[in-house]
Design a protein around this ligand. Sequence first.
Ligand SMILES: Nc1ncnc2c1ncn2[C@@H]1O[C@H](COP(=O)(O)OP(=O)(O)OP(=O)(O)O)[C@@H](O)[C@H]1O
Ligand SMILES: N[C@@H](CCO)C(=O)O
Length: 319
Amino acid sequence: MAVFTPLTDSQVETFLSQFDAGSLIACKGVPAGTENSTFFVTTDRRELVLTLFEQGEHEELPFFVELLDYLDEHRLPVPGPLHDRDGIALHSLAGKPALLFPRLPGKHPEAPNLAQCRALGDALGRMHRVSQRFPGHRPNPRDLHWLLPMHHKVLAYLSPEDQALMKDEVEIYQGFFGDAPTLPQGAIHGDLFRDNTLFDGDELGGLIDFYNGCTGDLLFDLAIVINDWATEADGRLDPARYEALLGAYQARRPLEESEREAWPMMLRMTALRYWLSRLLVVYVDPPAHDLTPHDPEAFRGVLKRRIAEGALPLLEAAR
Ligand SMILES: Nc1ncnc2c1ncn2[C@@H]1O[C@H](COP(=O)(O)OP(=O)(O)OP(=O)(O)O)[C@@H](O)[C@H]1O
Ligand SMILES: N[C@@H](CCO)C(=O)O
């Protein structure tokens, strides 16, 4: 159930007629996704994805279009939005902002193998190389500046032990990142979980769902990826997936010394970022629809592991 706004064929036909993308054969709502209405659209020329933006800050949509255009121009595997005959990508449909994308091949990897981890590390490394020159700007909405005020909102729902854990951690990040040198900056995906990628076998079909995209620490993106892609259900890092992903990443963009120093702390901070965002969904701001929220406990577990065990060693870049 991720069609919050149903569309008629005639609405979609009129919408499509503005683009050079062929005429409508079929339009089917996509059940996955929790935030936007997504449709798979088949025309006589190609397969497309139509997204209606149901929530979020619509004034930020031009940033996402610019970012996807930029990455697409640099040959990254992302769905570059289609522009109409006047060069405009962002439209309105059924009263909602709408974008049309190419449909990328593949499905989300549930248990990624090493080849898939290498492919993802390679793509993210390439993306971060070019994204450092991306001219757009959108401050990271989920960095330490967000953790500081937001963690107070969930404390009342936590056990005394978890309250202490969360408060202590946020204080440690403040001390650490407050004194640390600025880390390499650029445009980041901001939520590159397995379900925001598509794989056709071992081949990466694409990175999707850039609506957490922003500019900030590149290392933040990489830590989110490791905490999802190279982590067991009990929060433990999987050494083989960790090395495959980081080796491929660093072959494209070797980490700088400042990043290597910040790495264990960044893994902790991004684990807490998801523990907190998931707690907020469960207790503070539940969505109107009845989809099962993601489990906050999983990221509490990741955080506790990272605190107890640190990061695995960061090998030198494979050259
Ligand atoms: N360009 C694309 N090519 C192929 N499939 C796509 C594309 N964009 C989206 N999808 C499919 O549609 C689903 C929902 O899209 P998306 O993740 O953008 O929605 P969402 O509502 O923002 O979801 P989320 O809960 O992940 O934030 C994806 O899981 C994927 O299966
Ligand atoms: N990737 C997020 C949900 C979408 O923002 C999570 O796993 O909590």
